[in-house]
Design a protein around this ligand. Structure first.
Ligand SMILES: [Zn+2]
Length: 390
């Protein structure tokens, strides 16, 4: 089985480069999580050097690379970075011991995604030109270790906007290149709302895959039979469509609206409104309509990461991990996650001694998320400034 180590450059005390609302260590982590999840979904054996905002010395990082699958030439190592220095476009660095095949595949896939490409190159240590300049190539033994620089966060060209809006497409470009390099079968990300029928599929297996019912699947697609043909495109019922259905609950002794609301992940107000109640008093045997809880759950799709889902629902990876009792950040397609109901919008007033990092840490978010939320173009704050936190 193909073995790949994904390295998110920098981390912890070492943010890497930053500017224009991009902090390198955060982008390298989300790009790495994306590639990790995709390659895993595609059946590869994948490990990451870091999965959190962790400080890693070069030695520790290299040890994790070599410990992942051993020091052998069939291990691919992809170290993800964002460049700085005012250029524009992507670069790939490869080791003196390797050929440029994988690097050039990556650059051509990035070019297909509309990114400028600069070059694939090797760099030699001036004091000993038999050695690689960068430790990620020099100290990674026999592995095939490359460094991908996706673009320049201080570009005067279009890199900044491209990195912010297209990073997932660039990460997917690397996934395609790796699959091509290893001579494996590439399967594109399924659009969350549509699915193309494959040879081994049945309505039942598709329904199971997307955590919907066969009846809903048939209804959404106007199917009158269960026959499918390979290549048929099915629309997958979305959470919104599922939400309109209601359950009922029969009141038992000892029940209160509050207790029932808690059990069904809803609120007393919602129950009162849905049932046109004039008071919160209940009678045993009374029938209550219950809103389905689908608004508070999410079904994992191919290409998802906890980070992406957290961003979509305005929450944090930590909160998702805690709420769902997860032991790792790895997800499987079809897995159902509880989503925290959104707390009311919070704000924070900047005090003397604050920094964006401090505020982000205290509020379980990231500096770049705060910059995005508040349309900040730099990390500089002024005392008394009011920041949106979510
Ligand atoms: Zn870097």
């Amino acid at each position: 089985m193909a073995k790949v180590v994904i390295d998110a450059g920098h981390g912890g005390n070492d943010p890497g480069a930053s500017g224009n609302g991009i902090i390198e260590k955060e982008y390298t982590l989300k790009i790495s999580e994306y590639i990790y999840n995709r390659l895993k979904d595609l059946g590869l054996d994948v490990k990451m050097t870091r999965t959190t905002d962790e400080t890693l010395s070069p030695t520790e990082r290299v040890n994790r690379v070599l410990d992942a699958f051993g020091n052998t030439s069939d291990v691919l190592v992809i170290s993800n970075h964002i460049n700085a220095g005012g250029g524009d476009g992507a670069e790939v660095i490869y080791a003196l011991r390797n050929k440029d095949t994988l690097s050039n595949l990556i650059l051509s896939e990035l070019e297909n995604e509309g990114q400028n490409i600069r070059k694939a190159y090797q760099r030699r240590l001036p004091s000993n030109t038999a050695k690689d300049y960068y430790f990620m190539q020099r100290n990674t033994g026999n592995t095939e270790a490359i460094t991908v620089e996706y673009g320049f966060l201080d570009s005067t060209g279009d890199d900044v906007n491209q990195l912010k809006t297209r990073w997932e497409d660039y990460a997917e470009a690397v996934v395609r290149a790796v699959i091509e390099y290893l001579n494996l079968t590439y399967v594109p990300v399924e659009d969350g709302n549509y699915y193309t029928v494959k040879s081994s599929d049945s309505l039942w297996s598709i329904a199971k895959k997307f955590n919907v019912s066969v009846a809903d699947l048939k209804e959404t697609n106007g199917l009158t039979s269960s026959m499918l043909s390979i290549g048929d495109v099915l629309k997958i019922p979305t959470v919104e469509e599922e939400k309109t259905k209601e359950n009922v609950y029969i009141v038992k002794s000892g029940d209160s609206l509050y207790k029932i609301a808690q059990r069904y992940n809803t609120t007393v107000n919602e129950l009162v409104a849905l049932n046109n109640l004039n008071s919160t008093a209940l009678n045993i045997g009374q029938t209550l309509k219950i809103p389905t809880s689908s608004t508070n759950t999410y079904t994992v799709k191919s290409g998802d990461s906890l980070y992406k889902i957290a961003q979509t629902y305005n929450t944090t990876v930590n909160e998702l991990v805690a709420l769902n009792n997860l032991n790792s950040t790895a997800l499987s397609i079809g897995q159902t996650l509880k989503i925290p109901t959104s707390s009311s919008s919070n704000t924070y007033t900047v005090k003397s001694g604050d920094s964006l990092y401090k505020i982000a840490q205290a509020n379980n978010t990231t500096a770049s998320r705060l910059m995005e939320l508040n349309n900040l173009s730099s990390t500089l704050l002024s005392i008394g400034q009011v920041l949106k936190l979510n």
